[in-house]
Structure formats: C-alpha cells, structure tokens
Design a protein around this ligand. Structure first.
Ligand SMILES: Nc1ncnc2c1ncn2[C@@H]1O[C@H](COP(=O)(O)OP(=O)(O)O)[C@@H](O)[C@H]1O
Ligand SMILES: [Mg+2]
Length: 251
C-alpha cells in the first residue's frame, strides 16, 4: 500500500485535480484506491460528485466518534472517497495537544485493508492538517504549476519539508508533478528545466498540460476520463499514472 500526501502550500496548482484524476486512472488500471479530502473547503468531495461536504467526514472521525466506514463512499469502481466534513476546519487551527489526533490519522491509514494507493488531498497551507498528512504517509506528490511564482514557492516548501522530516526523523519519497503546463510558452519550459536541474530523478516524466476539460469536469462531478476522455488532460493523467507506478522521472 502506497500512502501519498499531495501537498503544496500554494493554492490553485492542481492538488485536487491530481488526486481526483490520478486516483481515478489508478483505479481504472485495476488498483484499489482511496482518496481522502483533507481540505476543509471540500473541493475533492465536490469534484467527485457522489458525496456531500456538509455531512460528517474525516473531520468528525478525528474529533468525534465516527468510524472511518461511516464517512467512506464508493465513488467509482475500485475507488473510495473519504469526505471532508464540517469539523475539519477546526483541525486546521489546532496546535497544541494535537499529536493524539495526528496519531489517529496515521493509525487509520495503516489499518486500511486491501488498498493499493491512498491519496490525501491537502489544503493550501502548512498547518496542522498538512503536518498530520505528512506524518501519516511515506510519499509526497508536489504539483507545481508551470509559472515563475510556483517555482519561487518551491524553495519555501522544500525548506519546510526538510525541517519537518528532520524533527520527526522521517523521510518521504518525494515526486514533483508539473501541472497547468503550456508547451508553447518559454516560461513553462524554463520552469520545467529548472525543476529538473534542482530535483533530478524526482520530476515525473509527463507534464500535465493546461486543458479546459480538466477545469470543467469538476462542475459536473466528473473526472476528465468521464467528462472528455481523449482530451490532452486525460492523455496526460493516464501517462502520469504510469510514471507514478513505474517511477519514471526526468533526469
Ligand atoms: N491542467 C489543468 N488545466 C486546466 N485547469 C486546471 C488544470 N489543473 C487544475 N486546473 C483548474 O485550476 C483550478 C485549481 O486547481 P486545483 O486542483 O483545485 O488546485 P489546488 O487543489 O492545488 O488548489 C481548478 O479550477 C482546476 O479545475
Ligand atoms: Mg485543492
């Protein structure tokens, strides 16, 4: 079982889009996949279209007596969603006395049965929910949008991650996924080259191109494979899923 946090403190870089579409493709390739909505905004829960973010979710599992089964929804063949829940927002504000809750999340993930991949969709922050996600998983995917400011945020993010790993004596296998890529834009190409030279062997081979179908699908509760299979976005996430399972990266 691969336990993966999808993180970036920057919003709008494609974390939720990646969890939904990479998750769905991995499931279509025959893997058992659980996705977890750890963002109090509930974008993943809404994107997948089969669950209600205002009903109890992972927030209520961590703070109340709900069991994980109560908040797990079968959203596609081979694919489950653990929805967010209204109390998740309280957790984002937590600091002290919260290690028990972080431990609870870790235990829940370890106990998941017959799953090949567990993907955690993190909020755009470096608060308690992200720290708990990192604590509970051993791999990270960092989606990076192909623009200069995204690149700038990376050094901050890597600094935070390194500090965190040091203090908890953890080491994550870290992957970078380039998202919202414009193949004809020089800036996008420069950002890609820059990432590969700083993080050789960590940038997943396929960049996800900016594709309108990827932006439109969530409004209909559909992944790109349902909304517009054959679009650039569908092709790219299909390839990304193979990169991720086979460990194909750019050197
Ligand atoms: N490759 C892409 N092409 C077009 N739109 C995208 C792409 N990736 C993400 N988006 C859109 O950009 C917005 C932000 O993406 P999202 O996955 O929600 O980012 P995050 O979870 O990092 O905040 C959403 O409206 C989403 O549909
Ligand atoms: Mg998101």
């Amino acid at each position: 079982m691969r336990l993966v946090s999808v993180v970036n403190q920057k919003g709008g870089v494609g974390k939720t889009t990646t969890v939904a579409n990479l998750g769905h493709m991995l499931a279509m390739q025959g893997n058992k996949v659980t996705t977890i909505d750890l963002d109090p905004q509930g974008s993943l829960t809404i994107s997948l279209g089969q669950a209600d973010p205002t009903l109890p979710g992972i927030g209520e599992v961590l703070l109340d007596d709900y069991s994980i089964k109560d908040v797990t929804h079968e959203v596609r063949k081979n694919m489950q969603l653990v929805s967010c829940g209204p109390r998740l927002a309280e957790l984002e504000q937590m600091h002290q006395g919260s290690s028990e809750i972080a431990n609870r999340l870790k235990k829940i993930l370890r106990k998941m049965k017959n799953q090949d991949f567990v993907l955690l969709d993190c909020p755009p922050s470096s608060g308690f929910l992200v720290v708990s996600a990192l604590y509970a998983t051993n791999e990270i995917i960092i989606p990076v949008a192909g623009d200069y400011l995204a690149l700038h945020g990376m050094s901050h993010l890597i600094g935070t991650l390194t500090q965190f790993e040091k203090s908890l004596k953890l080491k994550h296998k870290t992957w970078i996924a380039i998202t919202r890529y414009h193949p004809r834009r020089k800036l996008s190409k420069d950002v890609l080259d820059n990432l590969v030279s700083h993080f050789p062997g960590q940038v997943l081979k396929t960049s996800i191109r900016e594709t309108s179908a990827l932006a439109e699908g969530p409004g209909f509760g559909m992944t790109v494979f349902e909304y517009r299979n054959g679009s650039n976005g569908a092709e790219d996430y299909k390839k990304l899923a193979l990169d991720f399972t086979k460990g194909r990266t750019l050197q």
